[in-house]
Design a protein around this ligand. Structure first.
Ligand SMILES: [Zn+2]
Length: 176
């Protein structure tokens, strides 16, 4: 299916905040670690949430407004090398990201995506991250029509505010 292939191709283009890149610590080549270690404010690095072992950040070049990346704070490239605490919090945070996206954007659906290894399409294969992406009925058709042109109806600052406000306060209990 063409639309799915295009979506996957977009996920391969994983670039995150240029602001964070400028503040890369010495010897660090991982932009995710740079964001995690950054002394900039969450608004400046587009960090929507930070927990004990994981955090969630906006993709600075989103496929859709609200495109989130959820990942461990620790630099680890293989899913099976996550600690039990990291694995649990990663999934809680991914669930929270889905809840926040539903609340902030009211999408028709949500895509979760994980690329493990460069051959699988990971642009940054050494630091595990989960893509969480709101979808609407017909949006793939629209993307096909515009043929690769990224449509960004909302600035990252606006997405950050919406998702920060919508992020659940308790990741262990989502039901009201
Ligand atoms: Zn890293």
């Amino acid at each position: 299916m063409v639309a799915f292939e295009q979506l996957w191709a977009a996920w391969r283009s994983e670039y995150v905040s240029g602001i964070a890149t400028q503040s890369l610590p010495d010897n660090s080549t991982c932009v995710f670690c740079a964001i995690a270690a950054s002394t900039l404010s969450p608004a400046e690095t587009f960090t929507v949430w930070r927990g004990k072992t994981c955090f969630a950040v906006l993709n600075a070049f989103p496929y859709a407004s609200g495109h989130l990346l959820v990942m461990p704070l620790r630099h680890v490239g293989e899913l099976e090398k996550l600690t039990q605490d990291e694995a649990v919090e990663l999934w809680q945070a991914t669930t929270a990201a889905v809840v926040a996206l539903k609340s902030a954007y009211g999408p028709d659906g949500v895509n979760l995506g994980v690329n493990l290894g460069r051959a699988a399409g990971a642009g940054l294969p050494d630091h595990v991250h989960i893509h969480v992406l709101p979808r609407w009925v017909g949006d793939t058709n629209f993307m096909t029509t515009v043929a690769g042109i990224r449509v960004m109806p909302e600035a990252l600052e606006a997405s950050w505010k919406r998702l920060t406000n919508a992020w659940p306060s308790d990741l262990t209990k989502f039901e009201e």
